[in-house]
Design a binder for this molecule. Structure first.
Ligand code: HEC
Length: 133
């Protein structure tokens, strides 16, 4: 009886350990939502880039184009769709809703105030940060 309980507990712990991993993998999210346009490597050469009418941005040069620092908050709001909401000239889809699923994490945007932010959005922005050349 105790053994069965221990096994159940171990299985539950495993589930708990796996679930957040699946939801907050920046790489997996990027592959699912972004690579089709921005390309696997982020340079803007994804299979859906052709015929968009506007070239997807090269995501590996965001820091280089921003004086060498990664504009975390701007990038997050671009992904979220907030920055360009209602901008008809933009072909970048608004992905906020899809990325808001899942857990929230406390995220400090640099002003010392931690705000509950979708873990998916933070993971994705961190993944892009790691992509910078
Ligand atoms: C349908 C194609 C498409 C998809 C899918 C897409 N984007 Fe974009 N993205 C674009 C285009 C095109 C631009 C260029 C600016 C514009 O038109 O809005 C852009 C611009 C951006 C920018 C601004 C870059 C800069 O240098 O200012 C960021 C950041 C970005 N995308 C991140 C993402 C992320 C992260 C995802 C996945 C969650 C994603 N995009 C999915 C087409 C796409």
């Amino acid at each position: 009886m105790i053994r069965i309980f221990a096994t159940t507990l171990a299985a539950a712990a495993l589930l708990v350990a796996c679930a957040p991993e699946r939801q907050v993998s920046g790489r997996a999210l990027y592959g699912d939502y972004c690579a089709s346009c921005h390309g696997t490597g982020g340079t803007g050469d994804g299979p859906a880039a052709e015929g968009l009418g506007k070239a997807p941005a090269d995501l590996t040069t965001i820091s280089a184009r921003n004086g060498g620092s990664f504009p975390m908050v701007e990038v997050m709001s671009t992904i979220d769709g907030y920055t360009r909401r209602g901008d008809r000239a933009s072909v970048m889809p608004e992905l906020g809703v899809a990325l808001q699923e899942g857990p929230l994490v406390m995220f400090d945007t640099g002003d010392g105030i931690a705000t509950p932010t979708p873990a998916n959005l933070v993971a994705l922005a961190n993944y892009l940060k790691g992509m910078q050349r």
